[in-house]
Design a protein around this ligand. Sequence first.
Ligand code: AHM
Ligand code: MG
Length: 343
Amino acid sequence: MQKSGVGITITQHILNQQRQYPEATGAFTNLLNELIVAAKVISREVNKAGLVDILGSTGEINIQEEQVQKLDVFANRVIIERMQHIGELCCMGSEEVADLINIPSQYPKGNYILLFDPLDGSSNIDVNVSIGTIFSIYRRTNEGSDEVLLDEVLQRGIKQVAAGYFIYGSSTIMVYTTGNGTGVHGFTLYPSVGEFLLSHENIKIPEKGKIYSVNEGNYNYWDEKTRALVDYFKAKDKETGRPYTSRYVGSLVADFHRNLLKGGIFMYPADLKDPKKPHGKLRLMVEANPLAMVVQEAGGYASDGQGPILEVEPKELHQRTPLFIGSKRDVELAEEFISGKRS
Ligand code: AHM
Ligand code: MG
């Protein structure tokens, strides 16, 4: 990973990328810039969460039947309100909202679709552990039509035109990619200046890591194959660098980001804890797909245990999926265990 000494801002970086496509209209640049503004607002609010009386839940239950925290509601609102008026989106989808979010009729519409998890890792808000915002951008398939159908949104991850996340940790970092070999780049927010500056240029994930990240409290809810996989990472074998180190904070963005930089595998396998959720906990469209695009562009891999996440045909906006993501060789190994090719 190279460090840039020139302090290039995220805006300059996006514009530089845009210049490589003479046919680009600037719509996409406009979209990303507005999203960055939304993230700065969320970041400021997250940073003062311990100072103002914003902690605690609103008492509402979101459509995933989980307690909604106040900051989730805030982050969700900021993104919708900032993004709906810019004229680049035809609709949005949020982890916190059951249906597609239409663009109000007073605003112009565009050809992009924005899917997001406004504040991932919400159970960590009130204990000062890193949380994040995840985003995924698609082009609509039926440009020109007034009505946006769910079918246009339910595209495979491979069709994403950009994806990334903001992590609100010891500093606020944005990581994004536009795919096609353009690389994965990270920018750190300099709060006093209010700018994201390039800090992690062309991130590459190590081909094999030393870390496994999973909620092992679920061990007894897993099937035999999943248990065998995690047992494998814990077994002693000098030649293959085992046992791996265990690291899990329970914020997907934070666990993913650490493994992206250091190498390793994050897993949220299918479990039998809740028979209504046989595919584990994480959502395909707002969590698995965007991080899968990032990791693959960085040289890693993401699988649902049977094949690439990016090839999964989505059937519902809030579909859940098992997720194995990180260093290529570690995820391929996980796939061999889960798909039964190895035991
Ligand atoms: P959330 O989007 O409601 O915050 O839930 C998703 C989070 C992920 O960030 C994290 O990886 C996972 O839930 C942790 O779940 P668990 O507590 O079951 O290990
Ligand atoms: Mg969430």
